[in-house]
Design a protein around this ligand. Structure first.
Ligand code: R5P
Length: 287
């Protein structure tokens, strides 16, 4: 078995390869003068190939598709795509008449060149049905729980009902209580949260979610906790998207510490998601 990745993802790729007892190499990628992308995998392969891909907007998607295609050209028996963060999953259906279902379009394209898909904490499980072959999403709760384990946390809080399962899973591992808030999304950047009385006076609380994007969700939940006397708030998420302005928003809200995995690379992505990817790829290989 072989794992390949772009050089910018070499650390996660080689850790994944080690865990899978596979060979690892980075693929070459270049840009032609007209902006088109070129990918070459190099030597001929046999056995399965895992492409550590990137589906974030937008041209990384194309690079990932071409890398999967190169895998077939290089002779791989099957090409499995490990996409640590499966983007476009929040548009998993048409919310208004005539809207494009982005996740369906993306996964149709990925299905054309990848025989299987492993991702981590997909935003909505039904998105996996948009991929034609076998598709699995593994939880990063074990990795996040380990990272939170030595922070003297007293409560694990989900900022909305959708994150409750992740909060429960982390809380169970740490033998801590958990709760959730009720969030209403007002716009793509603004959320509101119903007030809820929480017994957090003087405590350190971890808020856990799948994604930090604009930071609005975590900022709003942090505000509630600090207003109720929490001593310290740690926010932890699988995917640190951090759109422009998110850092300031979290700082201004009084967040003490941010923990995210490296499904998306970044300065703060210090919790490795390699274990979650390994579990996903192994499930694909076991059929
Ligand atoms: C929404 O349902 C997700 O689970 C996250 O809560 C959301 O995507 C976070 O976005 P933001 O950081 O922009 O509030």
């Amino acid at each position: 078995m072989h794992v390949t990745a772009a050089s910018r993802r070499a650390e996660l790729g080689s850790e994944l390869a080690d865990r899978l007892d596979a060979d690892f190499s980075t693929y070459e990628h270049e840009r032609f003068p007209d902006g088109e992308l070129y990918v070459q995998l190099g030597s001929l392969l046999d056995g399965p190939l895992v492409v550590l891909g990137d589906t974030r907007p937008n041209e990384r998607v194309l690079e990932t598709l071409i890398a999967c295609d190169a895998g077939h050209e290089a002779g791989a028996d099957e090409v499995l795509l490990a996409a640590p963060y499966l983007a476009y999953a929040r548009q998993d259906r048409a919310f208004e008449p005539g809207e494009g279902v982005s996740s369906r379009a993306l996964n149709a394209a990925l299905s054309a060149r990848a025989d299987g898909l492993a991702t981590v904490d997909v935003h909505a499980e039904q998105v996996l049905d948009h991929f034609e072959g076998p598709a699995v999403s593994e939880k990063a709760a074990p990795e996040l729980a380990t990272a939170l384990g030595d922070r003297e946390i007293a409560l694990i809080l989900a900022p909305d009902a959708g994150a409750r399962e992740q909060a429960r899973s982390i809380a169970d591992r740490l033998d801590l209580p958990f709760d959730h808030l009720e969030k209403t999304r007002e716009s793509s950047t603004e959320v509101s949260m119903a007030p809820k009385e929480l017994d957090v006076e003087g405590d350190a609380v971890a808020i856990v979610d799948d994604i930090i994007s604009t930071g609005g969700t975590m900022a709003e939940a942090t505000g509630q906790l600090l207003d109720q006397g929490a001593d310290r708030v740690v926010v932890a998420a699988t995917h640190g998207v951090f759109v422009s302005g998110a850092d300031k928003r979290l700082d201004d809200a009084g967040v003490d510490e941010i923990l995210v995995t490296d499904t998306i690379p970044g300065d703060r992505s210090l919790v490795t998601a390699a274990g979650a990817l390994e579990r996903g790829v192994t499930r694909l290989l076991e059929g």
